[in-house]
Design a binder for this molecule. Structure first.
Ligand SMILES: Nc1nc2c(c(=O)[nH]1)N[C@H]1C(S)=C(S)[C@@H](COP(=O)(O)O)O[C@H]1N2
Ligand SMILES: [Mo]
Length: 319
């Protein structure tokens, strides 16, 4: 087990899987007290840096999977965030000084009430919840992450989507000074992603502001990232500055870069191979020396909840 240095976190806070469980049990045992104190101190916490506590922790969500989360160290040191480099360990290193305050999120397009929101006001207005989801990368590995976030659908409804709102487009910050990867044309910048409106409104889809009960580390997409657990990881766009509701299907970064390899839907599907490799199995990150593998599940295990969204669609064509 790796222990984070004292500067980052007190030894008493070191998080491994079993300790995480114990903290969950403890907090559940005193749920009312915990909620009360969280409620009072939350606005300050929301402004704090990665490592600060977030509420929502320990509240069991019916949407969580009942699996041990991947170690904090793996979740925060094995990342894809090309704005900070293409190597898995680059984001943890290069996003250290990334400034996530001040930060605003614009909601625009097909809504009656567009707006620009300050991130801290936005977060303190949400009902934060912990959701333990498996993140399945198209590169055929996966990890289990205890996200802290809130429902995207409930959030979007506050802006009164118009009847023309058929899709949702998300955009990452464009700031090549801070994001050295944006000085290289490995992708078209800024990173953009999209969902159909019914996918965006689905209760499994969240905006995450934390993980492991703490403010989201920069390398995981601070201060705000999307999490769509039945889709490949590239849909879960990080460090979002704009959400635009649209009538037409938006462009997405990976589809623009390699349309034969990355479609708009990107639903996890073991039967539809990536053109260059199989999607039937996935390597479990943190699985140890033996490089544990598991069978990939249709819709990443959420077929019961989401298969109806794609009824009548040819999933081989709409990959
Ligand atoms: N802006 C942005 N968002 C991004 C990426 C990226 O390069 N840039 N990579 C995606 C990919 S491919 C994956 S698998 C997940 C990884 O999230 P994690 O680092 O929190 O595990 O982020 C996604 N979101
Ligand atoms: Mo990915």
């Amino acid at each position: 087990m790796l222990i984070r240095t004292k500067k980052e976190i007190p030894a008493s806070e070191v998080t491994d899987r079993s300790l995480f469980r114990r903290r969950r049990q403890l907090i559940k045992a005193s749920a009312l007290g915990a909620l009360a104190s969280f409620g009072l101190s939350f606005p300050e916490l929301a402004r704090a840096d990665a490592g600060s506590k977030l509420p929502g922790f320990g509240k069991d969500s019916p949407y969580s999977i009942n699996e041990e989360p991947t170690d904090f160290e793996d979740v925060t040191r094995y990342n894809n965030f090309y704005e900070f480099g293409t190597g898995k360990s680059d984001p943890a290193e290069n996003a250290k000084g990334f400034k996530t305050r001040p930060w605003t999120l614009a909601i625009e397009g097909e809504v009656e009430k567009p707006g620009v929101l300050d991130i801290d006001q936005l977060i303190s207005g949400q009902n934060l919840e912990e959701r333990i989801y498996r993140l399945r990368c198209v590169e055929a590995w996966s990890m289990v992450v205890p996200w802290v976030g809130f429902s995207l659908g409930g959030f979007l409804k506050q802006f009164n989507p118009t009847s023309k709102a058929k899709f949702v487009e998300f955009t990452t910050l464009f700031d090549p000074g801070q994001m050295p990867g944006q000085q290289i044309s490995v992708l078209e910048w800024p990173y953009v992603e999209g969902l159909r409106i019914d996918e965006a409104m689905h209760p499994l889809t969240i905006l995450a502001v934390g993980l492991y009960g703490e403010v989201l580390p920069n390398q995981n997409g601070a201060p705000l990232r999307l999490v769509v657990p039945w889709k490949y990881g590239f849909k879960s766009i990080k460090s979002i500055v704009r959400i635009r509701l649209t009538e037409d299907m938006p462009h997405t970064s990976w589809n623009l870069s390699a349309p034969d390899e990355y479609g708009f839907y990107a639903n996890v599907n073991p039967e539809v191979p990536h053109p260059r490799w199989s999607q039937k199995r996935e390597r479990v990150i943190g699985g140890g020396l033996f490089s544990l593998k598991r069978d990939t599940e249709l819709f990443n295990g959420y077929a019961e909840q989401v298969a109806h969204l794609y009824q009548g669609m040819d999933l081989n064509r709409n990959f």
